[in-house]
Design a protein around this ligand. Structure first.
Ligand SMILES: *[C@@H]1O[C@H](CO)[C@@H](O)[C@H](O)[C@H]1NC(C)=O
Ligand SMILES: *[C@@H]1O[C@H](CO)[C@@H](O)[C@H](O)[C@H]1NC(C)=O
Ligand SMILES: *[C@@H]1O[C@H](CO)[C@@H](O)[C@H](O)[C@H]1NC(C)=O
Ligand SMILES: *[C@@H]1O[C@H](CO)[C@@H](O)[C@H](O)[C@H]1NC(C)=O
Ligand SMILES: *[C@@H]1O[C@H](CO)[C@@H](O)[C@H](O)[C@H]1NC(C)=O
Ligand SMILES: *[C@@H]1O[C@H](CO)[C@@H](O)[C@H](O)[C@H]1NC(C)=O
Ligand SMILES: *[C@@H]1O[C@H](CO)[C@@H](O)[C@H](O)[C@H]1NC(C)=O
Length: 435
C-alpha cells in the first residue's frame, strides 16, 4: 500500500479498492460537498438529538435531599459504547455525597472533616460512572449497572436510559434553599458533548407499580447535553467509497479523509506487528491503532446494493453499531439481508438505519480478518425518478455510530458512459482488487 499525498490532504485518488457491485435504484438530485465545520454541531438527520439528565428530588433530609437521577439518550443513532458514560458536575456550595446507589464516584476526595459517618464523596467536582453488570442486588437502582453503555434511542429506547440515586448532604433542604449543581460535563466515553445549565422543570409524575396511583417528585431539574462531531474529533472517523456496475472507476475514500496524523503510527496489515500479541489491547485514552490505508479512517463504508463496513482499528470492537444512510430511494426498501433495518419515522422517508443482528453481526470486530460486515439491500425502482445519471444512485449522507462519514467529492463519482445503453440490474463478473 502506497500512501501518496501525505502532506497535502486534498482528495487524490491513489488507489482503487473495494469490490464491485450492482445497483438497483436512482434519481436526479442536487449533490453537494460535505464540509465539516465547527458550526456543524447541528445534525440535520437528528435535529433534536440530545442526552437529557433529570434529577428528581424524592425526599428532603435533615441536611439535604435524596434524588433519583435519570439519564436518557435521546440520540437516534449514537449510542454510548463501552467503557461507558462519565458524568461530572460542580457543587454550588459545600455539598457532599453521603451515599450513591447504582453508580459511584471515581474519587472520594478529602473527607477528613467528617468523624462518625464518612461520605461517599467530598469532592467539589464529583465524577460519576455506572456500576458494572452483576453487582449485588442491594447496590442496584432502576436502569443502572450496565457498565455505562447506552443504546441509541432509534435502536432500543428501553436500553437508552441510565439511572442512579444520590443522597446529598450540606445542601438546601427545601425547594427554596436548594442550589442546583453547575457545570455538568458528559464524556461518552470520549469528548464531544456540551451540557447546558440545570433548569427547574415541572416535577416528574410517577405511576406506582400497580398503576393505580400517581406520585410526584418534590422538585425536578433537567440538564441537556448535545453532541458535536467536531468537538469529538477534528477529523471524521469514517469514510465511504463507491463503485458501480456501469463504470469500472472505483471512487475510493478521499486520501487522508480522516486526517493524516495517524500515518506515522499505523500498522501494515501484512506486517508481523499485525499479528503480535497485545496489539488489540485497548488503551486508557481510547487512542486507536490503525491499519495503514490511504484514507486513514478507522471505518470505511461502501455503499452499493451491497454494503460493507470495514474496521481499520486494531484496538476497537464496535458493539451494537449503527449505520445510517440517507438516500431518496430508501422510501422503497424491499428487503435487507444480514442487517436489521429501521426506516426513519414519517414524514422523512429518505433515511434508514441499519444495525447488526444479535449474536450474528452486532459485533464489528477489531481490524483484521473478522473486521468487516456486509449486507445487501433491495429497493424498489420508482419509474418516474429512476436514473443512473449524476451519481444519483449514491447516498447523500452516511453515518457510522452517529458520526458523519467523509464521502468522495461528487465530481469524481463513477459516471455513465456517454454512448450505448446500460443494462440495468445485470449481475457482475468482475471483482476489482481489494486490499
Ligand atoms: C431532547 O430530545 C428530546 C427527544 O427527542 C426532545 O423532545 C427535546 O426537545 C430535546 N431537548 C432539547 C433541549 O433539545
Ligand atoms: C426533562 O427530562 C425528561 C427526560 O428525562 C423529559 O422527559 C422531560 O420532557 C424534560 N422536561 C423538560 C421541561 O424539558
Ligand atoms: C463553572 O464554570 C465556569 C467557567 O468555566 C467557572 O467560572 C465557574 O466558577 C464554575 N462554577 C463552579 C461552581 O465550579
Ligand atoms: C416549592 O414547594 C412549594 C410547596 O412546598 C410549592 O408550592 C412550590 O410550587 C414549589 N416550587 C417549585 C419550584 O417546585
Ligand atoms: C474483541 O472481541 C474479541 C472476542 O470477544 C476479543 O477476543 C478481542 O480481544 C476484542 N478486541 C478488543 C480490541 O477489545
Ligand atoms: C415507493 O415510494 C413511493 C413514493 O414515496 C410510494 O408512493 C410507493 O408506494 C413506494 N413503493 C413501495 C413498493 O413501497
Ligand atoms: C467513469 O466515471 C469517471 C468518473 O466520473 C469518468 O471520468 C469516466 O469517463 C467514466 N467512464 C466511462 C466509461 O464512462
Amino acid at each position: 500500500m502506497e500512501i501518496k499525498n501525505q502532506a497535502n490532504p486534498t482528495h487524490k485518488i491513489c488507489l482503487a479498492c473495494c469490490s464491485w457491485s450492482w445497483m438497483k435504484f436512482t434519481f436526479l438530485a442536487v449533490l453537494y460537498c460535505l464540509i465539516l465545520s465547527p458550526a456543524a454541531a447541528y445534525d440535520p438527520l437528528d435535529p433534536t438529538g440530545n442526552i437529557t439528565i433529570r434529577w428528581d428530588v424524592m425526599s428532603w433530609t435533615t441536611d439535604g435531599y435524596v434524588a433519583a437521577v435519570t439519564m436518557n439518550n435521546f440520540q437516534m443513532y449514537r449510542q454510548i459504547p463501552s467503557p461507558g458514560w462519565t458524568l461530572g458536575w460542580s457543587w454550588a456550595k459545600k455539598e457532599v455525597i453521603w451515599t450513591m446507589v447504582g453508580a459511584q464516584t471515581t474519587e472520594q476526595g478529602d473527607c477528613s472533616k467528617f468523624k462518625a459517618t464518612i461520605p461517599h464523596c467530598c469532592k467539589k467536582t464529583p465524577t460519576v460512572v455506572d456500576l458494572l453488570p452483576g453487582v449485588p442486588y442491594n447496590q442496584q437502582f432502576a436502569n443502572c449497572c450496565k457498565g455505562g453503555v447506552l443504546a441509541s434511542w432509534g435502536q432500543d429506547p428501553s436500553a437508552a436510559v441510565a439511572g442512579f440515586q444520590v443522597s446529598v448532604g450540606q445542601a438546601g433542604t427545601s425547594n427554596k434553599t436548594v442550589k442546583l449543581p453547575k457545570n455538568f460535563t458528559l464524556l461518552g466515553p470520549g469528548p464531544g458533548y456540551t451540557c447546558g445549565p440545570a433548569k427547574v422543570v415541572p416535577s416528574t409524575v410517577f405511576l406506582t407499580a400497580d398503576r393505580r396511583r400517581k406520585t410526584q417528585a418534590l422538585m425536578t431539574w433537567n440538564v441537556t447535553c448535545t453532541y458535536s462531531q467536531f468537538l469529538a474529533s477534528k477529523n471524521p472517523s469514517c469514510c465511504v467509497s463507491f463503485s458501480s456496475f456501469y463504470n469500472e472507476t472505483i471512487v475510493p475514500c478521499p486520501s487522508c479523509a480522516c486526517g493524516c496524523h495517524n500515518i506515522k503510527n499505523c500498522v501494515k496489515s501484512d506486517s508481523n506487528l499485525a499479528h503480535k500479541a497485545g496489539i488489540n489491547t485497548p488503551k486508557k485514552d481510547n487512542s486507536p491503532l490503525l491499519q495503514c490505508t490511504h484514507h486513514m479512517c478507522p471505518i470505511r463504508d461502501y455503499w452499493r446494493v451491497k454494503m460493507a463496513v470495514t474496521n481499520f482499528n486494531y484496538r476497537m470492537n464496535y458493539t451494537d453499531w449503527t449505520l445510517v444512510v440517507q438516500h431518496p430511494n430508501l422510501n422503497n426498501v424491499t428487503q435487507v439481508f444480514s442487517f436489521g433495518y429501521k426506516p426513519r419515522p414519517l414524514p422523512i422517508h429518505d433515511t434508514g438505519m441499519f444495525y447488526g443482528m444479535k449474536f450474528y453481526n452486532d459485533l464489528l470486530m477489531e481490524a483484521g480478518p473478522s473486521g468487516n460486515i456486509q449486507s445487501e439491500v433491495l429497493m424498489q425502482k420508482d419509474q418516474n425518478t429512476f436514473t443512473f445519471r449524476q451519481g444519483w444512485a449514491f447516498p447523500r449522507k452516511v453515518y457510522f455510530n452517529g458520526d458523519e462519514c467523509m464521502l468522495p467529492p461528487p465530481d469524481e463519482y463513477p459516471s455513465l458512459p456517454n454512448s450505448g445503453h446500460v443494462t440495468l440490474f445485470q449481475s457482475y463478473k468482475r471483482q476489482p482488487p481489494c486490499f
